[in-house]
Design a protein around this ligand. Structure first.
Ligand SMILES: Cc1cc2nc3c(=O)[nH]c(=O)nc-3n(C[C@H](O)[C@H](O)[C@H](O)COP(=O)(O)OP(=O)(O)OC[C@H]3O[C@@H](n4cnc5c(N)ncnc54)[C@H](O)[C@@H]3O)c2cc1C
Length: 509
């Protein structure tokens, strides 16, 4: 495994993007702490930084507040394909939202792609941005039928796509289609330069700053952090999951996806992007870093806190080795995404808070939808009309679209809320727990989430997630406590590292 100096991410595994670029200078906000901002943006991923830059470019005074460092969240753990087709297929979007809406989604995807290209060009960002084709391939009769529906609906939506007899990966298939005009880039190089451009325009970034409370007093939002309070007229939750218990806790289901970056013995790295149609699907691309090519393959997704991360990595490695001549697994990492129940993300004014905005439920397409969010939200703040605002509105009501998923996901949450309370193993001695593992146990009458470090140091926490009270599970790969209900995640000290919780896990001596 590669072992180099790295930037922070919300897990112990290392993505290749973490090794890139220089750390941003620490953006001390001391001299600015009494300033009132036009907009407070919580979250320093692609969504937060693009929003901040677009607003600052139009003369607004903005601050980005980030728990850790830029790219700490999923933007540092993505696979960074840039697509104008999405996890919700155009066939699904047509049937759930309508034909005109499907065309609008396609147009929005193209505009988001154009925005990424424009920012990369205008700011001369060296982020390996490249135009690629995207191959989607079917491997059995059912998939062939589904693929032909996707092809027809994508064409009707206005997407450039055709059938193809060849694909860019050495995997057997029955039929395939090729989307032209797709792309890829280095996500951290990209957002770091957005951050630099934002700062150059007078924007402020406060890293290592967790916003644990937000309150509106009169016309101003007060975002409280452990050391200071930031005030601003508008507030954007660019936090991926919307913090706290709110409607989005029920409308967006948290999933983890697993990715390997491998070197090959024979240099047959795919030139383009590829996707199979398995459930969950695999995604493929290559990236060159410091003169070394890597094949990047992802998949094996499961609901957060409900699968076996070690098994997921093993299955992915076995799968890749079936088709590629793997030399070394150089990177392995996992990251979190949120599936919206009706298929489209929720972007725009918060249904619950005046002058606040949300951007969530991006599924595996957040490079595009994060950028689109920045466009929709900045337009609203700047009082500009945006053609996509109504379609992606967080307040939209689609009673039938996604109803099945809504019921299924929330029944799953209810089941875990109750059943996980009875699964705890009683142990007599903490020493029974092996080193470098975590376990939820019953010890001397208390339920504890116990992590024992590599040298036997014990950290005991309450296993009750501070978001909605479910019992967390240990993730042995990322060394985190993951909640199976709404995807709250904590480090081994109990600090919130992602998802909707706002308070750390209680600690026992
Ligand atoms: C394995 C994987 C592969 C993917 N591949 C692709 C792909 O190929 N193409 C694509 O388009 N999309 C992909 N996605 C999805 C995409 O990566 C994400 O949707 C996107 O990165 C989300 O960006 P974001 O800025 O909204 O959130 P994040 O990058 O998660 O940023 C949110 C930030 O908010 C901060 N934060 C949260 N709460 C607080 C708080 N209270 N106070 C202060 N800061 C806070 C977090 O620390 C975090 O840095 C993938 C996702 C996964 C999991």
């Amino acid at each position: 495994m590669v072992n180099q100096e790295k930037k922070l991410r919300d897990g112990a595994c290392i993505s290749p993007w973490q090794l890139a670029g220089k750390d941003l200078v620490s953006h001390s906000t001391d001299q600015k702490k009494h300033e009132t901002f036009d907009t407070i943006i919580i979250g320093g991923g692609i969504t937060g930084l693009t929003t901040a830059l677009l607003l600052q470019q139009c003369g607004k005074k903005c601050i980005v507040v980030e728990t850790k460092t830029i790219g700490f969240g999923t933007t540092g753990g993505t696979s960074a394909h840039l697509n104008t087709f999405f996890d919700a297929t155009y066939a699904d979007i047509e049937s759930d939202f309508g034909k005109e809406e499907s065309k609008l989604v396609a147009k929005a995807g193209k505009e988001a792609m154009a925005m990424i290209k424009k920012l990369a060009t205008d700011l001369a960002i060296d982020c390996d941005l490249a135009v690629k084709d995207g191959y989607l391939f079917a491997q059995d009769e059912k998939q062939v039928e589904e693929l032909s529906k996707i092809l027809a609906a994508s064409k009707r939506a206005g997407i450039e796509v055709t059938e193809t007899a060849e694909i860019c990966v050495p995997i057997p298939f029955q039929s395939a289609i090729i989307f032209t005009g797709q792309g890829q880039f280095h996500p951290i190089e990209y957002i770091q330069k957005l951050a630099v451009a934002f700062i150059d325009l007078g924007g402020v970034i406060s890293e290592n700053t967790f916003v644990n409370e937000v309150e509106k007093k009169g016309d101003l939002y007060h975002a409280t952090t452990p050391n200071q309070v930031f005030t601003g007229s508008k507030l954007v939750y660019a936090t991926h999951a919307v913090p706290g218990v709110n409607a989005f806790s029920f409308k967006c289901a948290p999933y983890r996806s697993y990715v390997l970056g491998v070197t090959l013995k024979d240099d047959h790295y795919p030139e383009d992007l590829a996707y199979d149609m398995m459930e969950p699907y695999h995604y493929f691309r290559s990236h060159e870093i410091d003169g070394q090519s890597y094949l990047i393959v992802g998949g094996e997704d499961h609901k957060t806190g409900q699968g076996d991360p070690t098994q997921a990595f093993e299955s992915l490695e076995t799968y890749i080795k079936q088709y590629f001549n793997v030399k070394e697994v150089a990177f392995k990492w996992s990251s979190q995404y949120y599936i919206p129940t009706d298929g489209l993300p929720y972007i725009g004014p918060s249904p619950a808070l005046a002058d606040a905005y949300v951007a969530t439920g991006f599924n595996g397409n957040g490079m595009m939808f994060g950028t689109l969010s920045a466009m929709i939200i900045s337009d609203d703040i700047l009082n500009k009309k945006n053609d996509y605002a109504a379609l992606f509105s967080p307040s939209r009501i689609k009673p039938l679209a996604g109803l099945g998923e809504f019921i299924q996901e929330n029944a799953n949450v209810a089941w875990h809320f109750i059943s996980d309370r009875f699964k705890t193993e009683e142990i007599a001695k903490l020493k029974d727990i092996p080193n470098d593992t975590g376990q939820v146990v019953e010890f001397e009458g208390e339920k504890l989430a116990v992590y024992k470090g590599p040298r036997g140091k014990v950290t005991a926490l309450s296993p009750v997630c501070t978001h909605a009270g479910c019992i967390v599970n240990f993730n042995p790969e990322e060394k985190t406590w993951d909640c199976p209900c709404h995807g709250g995640r904590y480090d081994i000290e109990g600090n919130v590292i992602s998802g909707p919780p706002l308070r750390k896990l209680a600690r026992y001596k």
